[in-house]
Write a protein of this length. Structure first.
Length: 293
């Protein structure tokens, strides 16, 4: 089977904005997003990557994460977004456990990768060479590798709060079913816009935000690193339809000097997850007439 659904979405919504990078002040349409992934798929193949190989990325929220995600879908490789908040020994243990083949990274976090085999460090996502590889102006269509619904599509490791980080295995069909269920639950459609503030190495930011929005043809606004004050400014600028964060992120947003409840009232959904809800935060928003679900 073929799970290259970003290509199908690009056929339907070719010129619609898919991703906006707030820090870089750059945007990409669905057509460009698919072209970048096609180009990356060709590049990975040229580096000897084949179906089942594990390809990692160690970076904050960035378009490169989506380049590699969809390139892995196209090649049958396994996508691994790594938690840059872990210490070097934890990261090294994950790299060994996952049997990583190549690692893309952001140079800012290179100091956390000292304990892994340095031969695995493949490319900095912020260098000109990377941009040249994925440049959508030079699109090379890629014929997707056939996969089965139960094949391994991604590994996402737990944070290790109660023990060593453990790899959670996601199949192609689990991604599709999860995305479809969220689309139905929250009635996502191509008019939906959200700001991705939760890290994209986390299931909340990845499975529950990024994938269902792109599957429905909506628009993602990337916040590279979470900051409550900056997020309030972004909400005022982009007018998201909904937002998903963990409770402590809502607290930071609420406590920021530029918090404006009117910006939250305009959203269809304000969702929390990732950890136990904090009644005090829910109550604080409630006094403004805002419900967090």
């Amino acid at each position: 089977m073929n799970f290259d659904w970003i290509k199908t979405r690009s056929d339907f919504d070719d010129d619609k904005p898919a991703v906006i990078d707030h820090a870089k002040q750059t945007s990409w349409t669905y057509q460009q997003l698919n072209a970048r992934a096609d180009n990356m798929a060709h590049y990975l193949t040229s580096q000897g990557v084949k179906k089942g190989d594990v390809i990692g990325i160690f970076a904050p929220n960035d378009i490169a994460i989506l380049d590699l995600l969809f390139a892995c879908f196209k090649t049958g490789a396994v996508f691994l977004p790594l938690n840059w908040r872990l210490n070097p020994k934890e990261i090294a243990a994950i790299v060994e456990d996952a049997q990583l083949k190549l690692l893309f990274y952001a140079e800012k976090h290179l100091s956390s990768l000292t304990d892994i085999d340095q031969n695995l460090l493949h490319m900095d996502i912020d260098v000109a060479q990377y941009d040249e590889i994925v440049n959508p102006d030079y699109h090379q269509p890629f014929q997707a590798t056939p996969v089965e619904p139960q094949d391994l599509a991604a590994l996402i490791y737990t944070s290790g709060t109660t023990g060593s980080p453990k790899g959670v295995m996601f199949s192609y069909e689990s991604f599709v079913h999860n995305g479809a269920n969220l689309e139905l639950t929250y009635k996502f459609n191509s008019n939906y816009i959200t700001i991705v503030s939760t890290p994209m190495f986390h299931v909340l930011g990845f499975n529950d935000t990024v994938l269902p929005v792109l599957m429905s043809g909506g628009t993602l606004i990337l916040q590279r690193y979470f900051n409550g004050e900056e997020l309030n400014d972004m909400i005022a600028q982009y007018h998201p339809t909904f937002i998903i964060m963990i409770p402590t992120m809502y607290y930071s947003t609420l406590r920021a000097s530029n918090f404006n409840p009117e910006n939250f009232k305009a959203m269809d959904y304000i969702i929390q997850g990732g950890s136990q809800p904090l009644p005090s935060i829910q109550a604080a928003f409630k006094q403004y007439g805002i419900n967090i679900i």
